[in-house]
Design a protein. Sequence first.
Length: 365
Amino acid sequence: MAKSYSKYLPVFIGGLLLLTSITSCRKDKALGPTALKPLATIGLYEQLVDTIYRRVYVAISKVGTTSTNYYGIFDTGSTGLTIDATGLIPASMITSSGIQVTGDSVNVNGITITSHSSIIKYGDVGSETDEYGNLAYTTVTIGDQNGSIATTRIPIFLYYKIVNKSTGATYPAHSNDVFGVGPGTSQVNSSIGSPLSYFKTGTSVTNGFKLAMFSSSKFTGAGNYVSGLLTIGLVPNDLSSAGFIMHPLTYYSTGGYSPDISGTISYNGKSIPATLLFDTGTPSVTILEDNTASSQGNLPANSVVTVTTNNGFSYSYTTNSTYNLTTIGKPSVTGDPRTIYSIDFFLSNEYLMDYTDHQLGLKNN
C-alpha cells in the first residue's frame, strides 16, 4: 500500500531547529510484574508556528560517531527516521546528483551508506515535499543533556536534498528531518522501520510506545520542553487496565502493518464510513474525506464532528479559528481516501502503539 502522509514545513528557531530533551530510566528485570518499568520516559518539545501550525520534536544528539544538534518531527503518520546527510558525512560525498557511494556500500563516521537510492514523499500528490537519499545503517542517540538513550544499529533514510515539487524550491539542510514511529515499514525501503521498534524491552515489557496528551498551553513560538510525553516500552497495565481501547492493525504486502483503522464520522447531520489516520505530523488541519460531499472546503467555526472507531473509541470536537480546523475533501479529487486527524487530536486523547501484537490504542482524557 503506497503511503503518502502529512505536510511538512521547514521550521527554524533562531536559525536552528527546535531543541528537544529526554529523560530515560532503566528497567529492572528482577522486579515483579506489578513493578515492571518501561525502557524510557522521554520529554518532547511543543512549538507553535504561525498561530495554527503545531509541531512536536524529538532531539537527535548523536548519529554514528558524530555528536549532533538535530531535531526530528515526531510523526505517528509515517515510518522510519529520515535525516539530512549534511554534517554527518564529508561534504565531498554530497553532490547535486546524490551521495557518492563506491560499490554496494561505504562506511563513514559510523554510518554504512548503501547504494540503494530512493525518494520519500510527504504531502498531497503534486505539491508534496520530496527527500532524495539512500538507505543507511547506523546507531542513533535520542536526547540531550537531560538524558539520552541509544539505539542499536538501525536502518534509516539518509537524504541529501529536499525539494518542494510544486515550486521547485530546495529547502535548507535538516529542515525536514522526520522521526516516523508508525508501524510497518517505510514507503521507500522495506528495510526501514520505526526507530522505536528496534529497542529491546526485555521480558514482560512489550515493544511499543505510548503518548501522553499534549498540552495546548505549551505550544508557543519559542517552544516548550514537556517532560514525560513519550514512553518507550509498554508494561502489562498499559495493555489491560489503563483505559486504552485497542484496535488490531491490518497487514499489507507493501508497507506491512498500517496505522489506518476503520470507523464512522458524523458531521452536519450525516454519518459516513471512514478510514482513519491519527497523525502528529499533520500540523494544523484535519482532512475529512467524504465521497458524498457536494463540494470541498473548510467546515465553519462551531461545527461539531464525532469520530467513532469500529472498536468503540469515540471522540467529539468543535471547530474554531485556531483549533480543530477541519476541511472536507473528496477522495476522487485528493487521491487519498483516508480521513487524517491533525496534531490537535492529541490535545484531548492519548495514543499507544504496540509493535509486538500489531495494535493501536486510543484513550480519551
